[in-house]
Design a protein around this ligand. Structure first.
Ligand SMILES: *Cc1c(COP(=O)(O)O)cnc(C)c1O
Length: 423
């Protein structure tokens, strides 16, 4: 299901013309498809239906309140990594008793907020954190539900900055420490071990890492139960792949097929924390060409979306498909190939950094000042990583539902840029 398609000479989001949205709301503009967001959530839910999973949408992928509300209405739960994200989840009207809380640096204030909201469990990343959670729980006179985050030393074969389940990452703990801390939990009346947590990295386009992780979870749960723990949750995190280029990501069912048997064998509840695979292809970034120039034998397309809007290319060398909103040339199947009627160009923004680009050496049709460009697969890790670098106000976000649309975050103004400053 792709809600962004060319009809005639124009790009549409569901039944709304993207150029009409750009005209009405300006650029840079984030455009989301409600149907796609819901479709991807339901695809994961349906693929894992045999084990009735709790799907905790990873809020950090895209935390816009309207998107959280839609997912909440679909029955999604949430994975948060900060007090701020927990606040958003509450504002979206979600039931916090199904929320999981990860992150290596939870503060006492965040732990307190989470306990007051009766979250499902903390994904604990270190011994020091376990001590802190126990102390806050004791102070509040409650029992804190925890899962220990195991670093399973599995190579997810993704980007160095997005692999998290390999020895030497800051995340989780090795199996020896995991087992030692499990013993500590058993001896602590303010802690209860609900499950085991792993998150391997992202995006992971193969199933082997998940199969290994699920098997490991089964082994660990079996061992924990023999020691007297009532552990009955396996949380395998997120990281499912996304089609940035074409069809490189397997469908949810492919992951489900290797995970479900181990969950059934372990007789556990399954929690998942997908973010990118739900929101990524539900959003695009629309920008406008400001200038083109040829320098040093290269063609540069300078447009008004920059690294402060979408930092992924600068930060992770990420690939995003880019194509004009009203192209004279049909969009290709392979955006990395040489394309007839096109010329390679660097698509760059106005920010004063050489790293400020959305694409390099990309074959694109001829574009002119004022033309609109679409950067695809921008729904996850786009707006959430945006900044005001170079004092650039953030663009607006618009949500499309069939033939209707509405602003879900207004464009920032110059006043917004200085609103928090005191002179
Ligand atoms: C980032 C993160 C996720 C979500 O990863 P996606 O690739 O967006 O699915 C899930 N769990 C944890 C602990 C994370 O840090």
């Amino acid at each position: 299901m792709d809600p962004f398609e060319y009809r005639g000479e124009q790009l549409y989001c569901e039944d709304v013309s993207v150029s009409q949205l750009a005209e009405e709301f300006g650029t840079p503009l984030w455009v989301y498809s409600q149907a796609k967001l819901v479709h991807e959530f339901q695809a994961i839910r349906d693929a894992f239906a045999a084990v009735d999973p709790v799907i905790c949408y990873s809020v950090k992928a895209n935390s816009n309140l309207s998107l959280l509300k839609i997912l909440n209405e679909q029955g999604s739960s949430f994975d948060v990594v900060s007090g701020g994200e927990l606040y958003r989840v509450r504002e979206a009207g979600a039931d916090t008793t199904r929320v999981v809380f990860a992150g290596v640096g939870k503060t006492d204030a965040e732990i307190r907020l989470a306990l007051e909201n009766n979250i499902l469990m903390f994904n604990v990343e270190s011994e020091a954190e376990l001590v802190a959670i126990s102390a806050v729980a004791a102070e509040l006179g409650v029992v804190a539900p925890v899962a220990l985050r195991l670093n399973p030393d599995i190579d997810a074969k993704t980007h160095a900055k997005t692999t998290t389940g390999k020895k030497g990452n800051k995340f989780g703990m090795d199996i020896e420490r995991h087992n030692a801390l499990a013993d500590k939990v058993l001896a602590d009346s303010h802690l209860e071990l609900r499950g085991i947590h792993m998150h391997l990295g992202s995006p992971i386009n193969t199933t082997e890492p998940y199969e290994k992780a699920a098997q490991k979870a089964f082994d660990v749960v079996t061992e924990l139960r023999a020691k007297g723990h009532k552990t009955n949750w396996v949380n395998l995190g997120g990281g499912f792949g996304l089609n940035y280029r074409g069809n490189e990501a397997p469908p949810a069912k492919t992951y489900a097929d290797v995970i479900i048997p181990w969950i059934q064998k372990a007789e556990c509840r399954l929690a998942l924390e997908p973010g990118r695979s739900i929101a990524g292809n539900a959003g695009i970034l629309v920008s406008q060409v400001i200038y083109t120039k040829r320098e040093g034998g290269k063609l540069f397309i300078i447009q008004d979306a920059a690294m402060n809007d979408l930092v992924r290319p600068a930060m992770y060398d990420s690939f995003h498909r880019i194509w004009p909103v009203r192209p004279g040339v049909a969009a290709p199947a392979d955006f990395e190939a040489e394309i007839a009627g096109c010329e390679p160009a660097d698509v760059v923004g106005p920010v004063c950094e050489s790293g400020d680009y959305l694409a390099k050496n990309r074959w694109l049709p001829e574009v002119h000042r004022g033309d609109l460009l679409c950067t695809f697969s921008a729904g996850a890790y786009g707006t959430v990583m945006s900044s005001n670098y170079n004092s650039r106000p953030r663009g607006a976000e618009v949500l499309v539902n069939g033939g209707e649309y509405r602003i879900i975050r207004r464009r920032e103004t110059y006043d917004d840029l200085i609103a928090h400053e005191r002179v």
